[in-house]
Design a binder for this molecule. Sequence first.
Ligand code: 2HA
Ligand code: ZN
Length: 260
Amino acid sequence: MIKEIEQIAEVAGYLWQKGWAERNGGNITVNITGSLSAAYKSSPAVKGPISIGQKLPRLKGCFFYCKGTGKRMRDLSRSPMENGSIIRICDDCEHYEIISDVPVMPTSELPSHLAVHNYLIEHGSPFKASLHTHPIELVALTHSREWLEKDAATNMLWSMIPETKAFCPKGLGMVPYMLPGSVELAKATIDTIDEGYDVVMWEKHGVFAVDTNIIDAFDQVDVLNKAAQIYIAGRNMGFVPEGMTAAQMAEMSKAFNLPK
Ligand code: 2HA
Ligand code: ZN
């Protein structure tokens, strides 16, 4: 099995263990074009062509691993090829074919994931992995107007523990509530990535993170959620956590060469 799919299986196990992937919750897609042999790439289609629902010209010649629709992360962690599939984008950039042995239909969020990958390629990004998951404490934060204000959650989370800003220097983008799987949600996610975020919160739903590989995408969400847990632990002890001071944040940003 190629390294990317081993990493996906590893991360799927973490998502389940953390309680972020109830039932079929969450999605993973990874651009694996660079890791497949020419022979494998020319495999006959097992299913398809299937419409993407939009034309994504930058995906010409691309191959993706996609979690299957209705499949569980906890099952995917043991059997990635029975709970997900490898797809080939057709030359018209409007359809795809499944080429892996078991024709598992990809995630319901495929159009939005593929639109994000199309955006990333178009902008010369090295990011190849996208992760959608339901991290408990981060989702809980989005049930309060206070934390939905631009960068309010980012600044609070960064101030909970110094590593947060070092490992998530772009912070947490916020997308207001929209119907899961909708074109509007996909568009708002891309707009938020375009503003410079690589981890995007979907209000009252979950997080969408992009990174070079799925392990790094997971780590960013894990670090941010840990900071949210520290905030909540303080609140549960009966006080509002102080957070690092502005001077401490500035010193840290300078030491780690981070944006202000
Ligand atoms: O695929 O989490 O938002 C299951 C989901 C959709
Ligand atoms: Zn979801």
